[in-house]
Write a protein that binds this ligand. Structure first.
Ligand code: NAD
Length: 309
């Protein structure tokens, strides 16, 4: 991939740009932010790490939308993050207005790009971006499950003492209280995690995964999580850039998969140079299906609020 644009040079955007540049996942990274000189300053700062991290990725930034011209992929991290005590849904109205403004810029300057939505509430904003652009669903998707699964893997690693590199986890559903961690699909190098973690501990891990973002926000107070979110975005960009055909949980538009349509939510997807190339359908058991449906109805509630804005 040649050029990745990141809209929103805040904590998540800037950290994503740094990792993308360091890993040389694309030739050029640009940051766009409405705050005067913020994106330019962030880009300059990242460039000045190139000698330490040995990269020659071009990094630039500004507040003029033309910086995103001809980007292959646009990552949207602009918006207000929630404050302690707020849910992701509480920032809906503000972030939809911000997204609308950004989509106009994307349609003008990067009309052939793919869109990776990060701003919250990510399920709703991904749906909104898909509707507004009219693009094929393969080009509009969001990040949630990669982060949620990495949080769960990290908690399992802490509990068992095993390397997190050997731990595979899967989290579906909405990015919020109704997310659906799937312990049945969690393994330590192929061995079911239930062999190492007792049911009560696993229930605690699942609860902590659901609250993962809120836990960090409560500790940090003035900032939500941004390092693991950025690393999760980079995993998705890397899969697309290298056409890896990775199976990663993405916020995707459902068209009859999981018996749902006209909704965006977290499901396992194949990510490659075609973007969100295919949704993988899992056979969920009765309990998993009930949790998934609960997540669907929560998202549908937010979608109704979106329509009434
Ligand atoms: P932040 O406040 O540090 O950064 C947001 C940036 O967006 C600011 O620099 C702001 O100036 C910029 N911005 C606002 N309106 C803009 C516009 N119209 N055009 C360009 N830039 C604009 O916030 P953050 O911590 O980086 O979080 C950003 C978003 O990502 C939030 O909505 C947060 O909830 C979300 N988030 C999502 C996930 C996820 O897993 N999906 C994880 C972490 C954060």
């Amino acid at each position: 991939m040649n050029k990745v644009a990141i809209i929103g040079a805040g904590r998540v955007g800037e950290t994503t740009a740094q990792i993308l540049a360091e890993k040389e996942i694309c030739r050029e990274v640009v940051l766009l932010d409405v705050r005067e000189d913020a994106a330019k300053g962030a880009a300059l700062d990242i460039c000045q790490t190139s000698a330490f991290f040995d990269f020659d990725t071009k990094v630039d930034g500004g507040e003029n939308s033309s910086v995103i011209t001809d980007s292959d992929l646009v990552v949207i991290t602009a918006g207000i993050p929630r404050k302690p005590g707020m849910s992701r849904s509480d920032v809906l109205a503000t972030n939809v207005a911000i997204l609308d403004n950004i989509l106009l810029q994307v349609l003008e300057f990067a009309p052939d790009s793919k869109l990776l939505i990060v701003s919250n509430p990510v399920d709703i904003l991904t749906y909104h971006a898909w509707k507004k652009t009219g693009w094929d669903r393969s080009r509009v998707f969001g990040q949630a499950g990669v982060l949620d699964a990495s949080r769960m893997a990290s908690l399992i690693a802490q509990e068992t003492g095993f390397s997190s590199m050997d731990i595979t986890t899967l989290v579906l559903g909405g990015h919020g209280d109704t997310m659906v961690p799937l312990p049945r699909y969690c393994t330590v190098n192929g061995i079911p995690v239930t062999q190492f973690v007792d049911p009560e501990k696993l229930a605690e891990i699942i609860a902590r995964t659901r609250e993962g973002g809120a836990e960090i926000l409560k500790l940090r107070k003035t900032s939500s999580a941004y390092v693991a979110p950025a690393a999760s975005i980079v995993a998705m960009v890397d899969a697309i850039s290298h056409n890896r055909k990775r199976i990663l949980p993405c916020v995707a538009i459902l068209e009859d998969e999981y018996q749902e349509s006209d909704i965006a939510m977290g499901v396992p997807c194949i990510l490659g140079d075609g973007g969100m190339e295919k949704i993988i359908e899992l056979e969920l058991n009765k309990d998993e299906t009930a949790l998934f449906r609960q997540s669907v109805s929560h998202i549908r509630g937010d979608l109704e609020r979106l329509i009434s804005l």
